[in-house]
Ligand binder design. Structure first.
Ligand code: TYD
Ligand code: MG
Length: 459
C-alpha cells in the first residue's frame, strides 16, 4: 500500500513549519513565503550520520574543560580574522552569505590557500563548479601549496564519508543550496534540505572538531531557501556585501558566538582576487573633490574601528509639486527625518527642494553618528557653500535639533588626526568629556549642542 506523502508548509524566510498554508508567516510576519514541501523522514537509529553526537556524554565542570590556543586558526587575512573574533575556532560553523557573484567562492578559496600554506589540512567541497573551473580560478589567485584537497560533490552522505577519510581541519561547503540528503525527498535548496544538510554539517563540525565554512546565496527574490533559516543554527554569520560595479567588498559579522558582531572587514576585488584594505578611510576618501559644495567627511565606527567616509548631498529646486528624495548607502527614512528637522528647527524650506544623499564608494553605513554630516552636507549644497575639506563631522541629531553624544568620540578624532584633518565638528557633550586629552595642537575641535550652531560654523 502506498503511504500518503507527508508534506508540510515551510516559510522560505525563517523556516517556520506549519501544517496548513498561510498568507503571512506567523513567526517572521513576511507575506507569501510559505511553500509546501515533503517533511524530512525521521529515522530513529541506524544511520551513520549524526552518530558522532550520539555517544553518551557526561556532564562536566568548566574547570575540566581545556581551551587550546591552537583552537583558533588564523585565516591569513587580518580583516577576516577580526570579523571572526581573532581567527576561526575549530569545531565552529561559519555561514558566509551574500549575493551571487560578490566573491564568496573567491574569498574562501584564498582562505583555503592561506590555511594550506600554514600547514593546515583543508577540504574544499564545491557543488557549483567543476574541478576545472576551480583550477582556473585558483590560477588567478596565485600558487597553491600544501594540503588542500578539492571535491565536487553534492550528496551529503558522500561528503560525510569523504570528510571522515580525509580528516581535514577546515572544510568549505560551496554552497549549501546545492547540497542534498537522499532521505529528504524535496529538491536541493528547499527549506527542509537546507536545514537538514546544515544539521549534518553541524554534527560533523562539533563532533570532529572541524571548522566548517558554509556558503549561502541570498537574493531578494527567487532563492528557494533564504539562509535566514540557517542563521539560528550556525555559530557565526558573515555577510559579504558591496556594489557589483564598485570594487569594494565589505564583510560584516551579523552573529558571532566567538567574538563581537558589528566588526567589518574591507576587501577590494582585483584582477588577482581579493586584496585586504587595511586602511579603509584612506581608500574611501580617495579621489574626493576638494572645495565642492555638498560634500563633507563623516566618521562612522564599525565595531572597534573608526572609518572616515564622504557624505554627499545634492539639493536642487524641485520642478514638481512633490519633491524627490533619494538616499544611497544610508537609510532613506533617516534622511527624510533629518530634512524635517532642518525644515522645522532651522526654517529651511526643504519642501521646495529635491534632495539626493549618497555615501561615496558604494558602502552602506547606517550609524546615527552620520546624522550631523548629512545635515551639513544638505545645507552646504543648498547654500552652495563648500565645507573645508580638512574638517570631519560626526554627531547624532535628535528630533528637536539637538546634537547628541556618540560613542567612541576619542577614537574618531584620533583617526581624523592620523589622516591629517585639521578640524572636527562634534557633539559638545563629547568634547566636554575629552577636554583633558591634549590634542589641541593637532586638530581644532568645535563642540556643538544643536544643529543651528553647527550650521553657523560652516556658513
Ligand atoms: P565568485 O567568488 O565566483 O562569487 P560568488 O561565489 O559569491 O558567487 O566571484 C565572481 C566574481 O569575482 C566575478 O564577477 C569575477 C570576479 N573576480 C575578479 O574580479 N577577480 C578574480 O581574480 C576572481 C577570481 C574573480
Ligand atoms: Mg560561488
Amino acid at each position: 500500500m502506498a503511504k500518503a506523502k507527508a508534506t508540510a508548509f515551510f516559510c522560505k524566510e525563517c523556516g517556520y513549519e506549519s501544517s496548513k498554508w498561510m498568507g503571512q508567516c506567523p513567526a517572521c510576519k513576511s507575506w507569501n513565503t510559505m511553500v509546501e514541501e515533503p517533511t524530512a523522514k525521521r529515522e530513529p537509529s541506524g544511520r551513520s550520520t549524526g552518530s558522532v553526537l550520539r555517544q553518551l556524554q557526561k556532564p562536566v565542570r568548566l574547570e575540566e574543560v581545556s581551551i587550546d590556543e591552537q583552537d583558533r586558526m588564523s585565516t591569513g587575512y587580518r580583516e577576516l580574522d577580526r570579523v571572526l573574533g581573532s581567527g576561526v575556532v575549530a569545531g565552529s560553523l561559519v555561514l558566509v552569505g551574500g549575493d551571487p557573484g560578490i566573491g564568496k567562492s573567491t574569498l574562501l578559496l584564498q582562505v583555503c590557500r592561506n590555511l594550506a600554506a600554514a600547514d593546515r589540512r583543508v577540504l574544499y567541497i564545491s557543488g557549483e563548479e567543476s574541478l576545472k573551473q576551480i583550477k582556473l580560478r585558483a590560477a588567478r589567485i596565485g600558487t597553491i601549496t600544501g594540503d588542500l584537497l578539492f571535491l565536487c560533490e553534492t550528496n551529503l552522505d558522500n561528503i560525510e564519508e569523504a570528510i571522515r577519510e580525509a580528516k581535514p581541519e577546515v572544510v568549505i561547503i560551496d554552497s549549501i543550496q546545492t547540497m542534498f540528503r537522499e532521505d529528504v525527498s524535496s529538491a536541493p535548496g528547499s527549506v527542509s534540505q537546507v536545514r537538514e544538510s546544515t544539521n549534518i554539517l553541524m554534527q560533523i563540525a562539533k563532533g570532529m572538531g572541524i571548522a566548517v565554512f558554509i556558503v549561502g546565496h541570498v537574493t531578494k527574490e527567487g532563492v528557494v531557501a533564504g539562509p535566514r533559516v540557517l542563521e539560528h543554527m550556525v555559530d557565526t554569520v558573515l555577510y559579504f556585501e558591496g556594489e557589483r560595479n564598485a570594487s569594494y567588498r565589505i564583510l560584516r559579522g551579523v552573529k558571532n558566538r566567538f567574538g563581537s558582531t558589528n566588526e567589518i572587514g574591507v576587501f577590494e576585488m582585483q584582477e588577482k582576487g581579493l586584496v585586504e584594505v587595511e586602511n579603509p578611510s584612506e581608500y574611501l576618501l580617495d579621489g574626493r573633490p576638494e572645495e565642492a559644495s555638498g560634500a563633507v567627511v563623516a566618521c562612522s565606527v564599525e565595531g572597534t574601528r573608526p572609518i572616515l567616509l564622504e557624505v554627499q548631498a545634492l539639493v536642487a529646486q524641485t520642478n514638481f509639486g512633490l519633491p524627490r528624495r533619494t538616499a544611497a548607502g544610508t537609510d532613506y527614512n533617516r534622511v527624510n527625518l533629518l530634512m524635517a528637522v532642518l525644515e522645522k528647527r532651522c526654517h529651511y524650506e526643504m519642501s521646495r527642494y529635491d534632495a539626493y544623499v549618497n555615501i561615496a564608494g558604494g558602502v552602506k553605513m547606517n550609524e546615527p553618528a552620520l546624522d550631523l554630516a548629512i545635515i551639513l552636507a544638505l545645507v552646504s549644497s543648498m547654500k552652495d557653500k563648500p565645507v573645508s575639506p580638512k574638517c570631519i563631522i560626526f554627531g547624532e541629531v535628535g528630533l528637536s535639533g539637538e546634537v547628541r553624544a556618540v560613542s567612541q568620540a576619542e577614537q574618531r578624532v584620533n583617526e581624523a588626526v592620523k589622516l591629517g584633518f585639521e578640524s572636527c565638528i562634534l557633539p559638545k557633550v563629547c568634547l566636554d568629556k575629552m577636554r583633558s586629552a591634549d590634542r589641541n595642537g593637532k586638530i581644532w575641535l568645535y563642540g556643538v549642542s544643536n544643529v543651528r550652531e553647527a550650521i553657523g560654523l560652516i556658513s
